[in-house]
Design a protein around this ligand. Structure first.
Ligand code: ADP
Length: 437
């Protein structure tokens, strides 16, 4: 800075000296004045160029200037470049944040102090039926037309969450959303949405299950207590007592069957998937199943002997890599159901088929009453029965097919059901090729 000043003084002295040499004192004054005016004019011209550059928002390249102004421009340019980089970094961070919020499985809506939508991610848009562009700056209560939400929004504090119907709810399928408001910044609010349909369904299923189990146990329990009371209060003849005890044993058996099936289900749900380490011969499995079916058929017949036509085809000479205990319960569930639901003069036929893709199918075909098509998709639901009293009379718990389906799924196989009302039913177990050796 000082050297520049000295330079200026030097050139002014040179100009004054040249003026003096030409026209003495007046010449020196004119020389010094011209130099001063020239320097001021040059500075004004440079200042003007910088001002023009700054006015154009520094988009254009800065002017190339020497001297003090050139230094100034260089510094300005460096400061501007640093700021540009900082702004770009901030913008990138903002984009990263927005992308992260977009990727969230939960809905996020940013509301301004008046409750208008400033921004929302795709999930929130889908949950609440917003259009991420068109609905910006719309008031949220005008778009979420749910009385529960409106009441919640109107509260001064928002502790906890509320459950509302999602926009995609239809008559056939109800979508439940958990909605929560959080205050942030200066009177702004964050609206969070979460799809809780699966949780609500699981909760409803749990409630139904408990209600069903209680109902199933209450019926035989009521009958049993009635008999106990009768035996305690009435002086019954020995043969009558025997009859009552038999009826009590039947009810106790029903409860036992139910508890056993419930335990089986809970074991299936809680235990790890069956490994490929356990191995058994199919023929070893079918022998006991056939004996059990014959015993059941005889017990059900009025004469005490087997009247139904029971045909068990010999299984192929394969081994199954599976849990013997679980597969046995799946096979006997199907065979015993066929025996239970088929009339005494009917037939139950068990066959094995090797499928073209090397899977193996075990089928139980009966000539029973058959099942109407509307019941078929629900047969494997817990406690679902086509004919309640018929199922109970024959010792059914309503859990057999649910267990069977579960067992097959655990083994990578499937349960298939075909039936025609009045003609009979065919229940099949399909085993994956990987489990057959
Ligand atoms: P349940 O113990 O009541 O037999 P399941 O889960 O084994 O329970 O079967 C569910 C329902 O499916 C039964 O209540 C019955 O209505 C129907 N069902 C099962 N197998 C047959 C069959 N072979 N023929 C006709 N209906 C059947």
């Amino acid at each position: 800075m000082f050297s520049r000043f000295l330079g200026l003084v030097f050139w002014m002295a040179v100009m004054a000296a040249m003026g003096y040499w030409y026209a003495q004192v007046l010449g020196a004054l004119v020389g010094a004045l011209s130099f001063t005016l020239f320097t001021i004019g040059k500075d004004l011209w440079r200042g003007q160029k910088i001002s023009k550059w700054l006015r154009h928002n520094t988009v254009q390249e800065p002017p190339v200037l020497g001297g003090l102004w050139g230094d100034l421009i260089d510094r300005l340019r460096r400061i501007l470049n640093d700021q540009k980089k900082l702004t770009e970094a901030h913008q990138q961070r903002l984009q990263d944040f927005l992308s992260a919020i977009q990727a969230s499985p939960n809905g996020v809506v940013l509301l301004d102090p008046d409750g208008r939508i400033e921004w929302c991610n795709q999930t929130a848009a889908q949950h609440l039926g917003f259009d991420t562009k068109r609905d910006l700056m719309q008031h949220v209560v005008h778009l979420v037309r749910d009385p529960v939400f409106n009441k919640y929004f109107a509260q001064t504090t928002h502790d906890g969450e509320v459950i509302i119907e999602g926009r995609s709810t239809s008559l056939a399928f109800s979508v439940k959303l958990s909605v929560q408001l959080h205050a942030y910044g200066e009177n702004r609010q964050l609206l969070l949405t979460r799809d809780v349909t699966a949780l609500a369904q699981a909760d409803a299923m749990r409630r139904d299950f408990v209600a069903n189990v209680s109902h199933e146990i209450r019926t035989p329990l009521t009958v049993l207590s009635g008999f106990i009371e009768t035996l305690q209060t009435l002086d019954l003849a020995p043969e009558e007592q025997v009859k009552f005890l038999e009826l009590m044993a039947t009810q106790a058996g029903r409860m036992q069957g139910l508890v056993n099936d419930l335990l089986t289900l809970s074991q299936l749900e809680g235990s790890p998937l069956p490994q490929m380490t356990e191995k058994f011969k199919l023929s070893d499995l079918m022998g006991p199943a056939e004996t059990e079916a014959k015993g059941l058929s005889a017990a059900n017949s009025e004469t005490g002997s087997v009247l139904q036509t029971l045909r068990f085809d010999a299984p192929p000479e394969y081994h199954l890599l599976a849990s013997r205990h679980e597969i046995y319960s799946a096979v006997t569930n199907l065979v015993n159901n066929a025996v239970r639901y088929t009339p005494q003069d009917g037939a139950v036929t068990c066959t094995w088929t090797q499928m073209p893709d090397h899977r193996l199918q075990f089928s139980v075909q009966d000539t029973g009453p058959g099942i109407a098509p509307e019941h078929l998709p629900r047969l494997t639901e817990r406690f679902y029965r086509v004919d309640r009293s018929r199922s109970r009379e024959s010792g059914g718990t309503g859990l057999g097919l649910a267990i069977t389906k579960h067992v097959m799924q655990r083994h990578g196989g499937e349960l298939r059901i075909e039936s025609e009302l009045g003609k009979g039913s065919k229940f099949s177990l399909v085993f994956p090729a990987s489990r057959i050796v």
